[in-house]
Design a protein around this ligand. Sequence first.
Ligand code: ADP
Ligand code: MG
Length: 398
Amino acid sequence: MNIHEYQAKELLAKFGVPIPQGIAALTVDEAVAAAGKLPGPLYVVKSQIHAGGRGKGKFKELAPEAKGGVRLAKSVDEVRAHATDMLGNTLVTIQTGDAGKQVNRLYVTDGVDIGKEYYLSMLVDRATGRIAIVASTEGGMDIEAVAHDTPEKIFTITVDPVAGFQPHHGRAVAKALALSGDLAKQCQTLTGQIYAAFVALDCEQIEINPLAESGGKLMVLDTKMSFDGNAMFRHPELVPLRDETEEDAMELEASKYDLAYIKLDGDIGCMVNGAGLAMATMDIIKLNGAFPANFLDVGGGASKEKVTAAFKIILADPAVKGILVNIFGGIMRCDIIAEGVVAAAREVKLAVPLVVRLEGTNVAEGKKIMAESGLPIVSADNLGDAAQKIVAEVKKAA
Ligand code: ADP
Ligand code: MG
């Protein structure tokens, strides 16, 4: 689960991490009022979307030469002008894709006179099974380019989860950032605080870019934070931070029915039980020269309600030109699944070809139910047959 910059900053501040003052705003008036509460005279108005690269981003609705999604303001009037430009408009950055993201919230924060920008992040490193700290002197807006062009400027330090964060980790980060004296001390403290937040909140990633030096002080100017979804039950306090407007509408709908759904680029919708079978189904569609429109695992207990919800989700995607249902009835009997598929196909008034491959308990009864339904359901005998049939049906319909 991802959260907004202002929410991440509020969380980090609780661990003692130095953050400039700032206030979130949902309207232009709120943004102006927020600026009025900050010391000024320099403010920064920041678009809050779940994507980075905002500073260099462009608004679809504004002239190409208009400024990006993070703007400096020298007066409250400028804050008003920037807020008016941003709210409700679509910001396109290197991380949003061409569709961009609508800006519904702003963060108005103290403008800082930056001496130097650094990069500091923490993430779960699956290869070592540890939390990795990544640090670079080349902070700012283009860390991807640094990683690509000058990878030697990026340092990685891993922390043994049993021993936890030790002073030497802090010293190693300060050294990687070429800091000395008091700045090195601040860096050590701050790195320990971020590590503590990472562990306490079950984070997947905390990225700080830039970590800035200003007037001899280190502070966090931008941060991205995401949590391990599997650990959310331990953090009821984090649940309200979820912003559903930032999530894919269909993935959100699927999560309500406990369906594992991920939208993909192809045109064959897949409904499968079990992640392994879903992967195999996607592979075999590709082997037959087509592409899956989604990954969808209806899980072990594929009830009629789940099957119907899954059908609706698949069909809500205009790219879908045909559906392949591939279900193994082990605990769940094939006749029950067939009834579910038939009922769902009737309810959603299916208008694209549907190929169903059932295997397992009561498979003969299941096939009979589909054959006698009067619906144009194509039955398949095995995985290879199913993939060939759906690809052929989609080509025929095109
Ligand atoms: P993004 O990474 O999405 O582009 P940032 O918050 O990193 O957004 O902002 C982009 C740049 O704007 C930063 O690299 C920094 O130079 C500048 N900036 C961000 N916040 C402040 C601030 N509070 N004061 C001064 N400059 C800032
Ligand atoms: Mg940034």
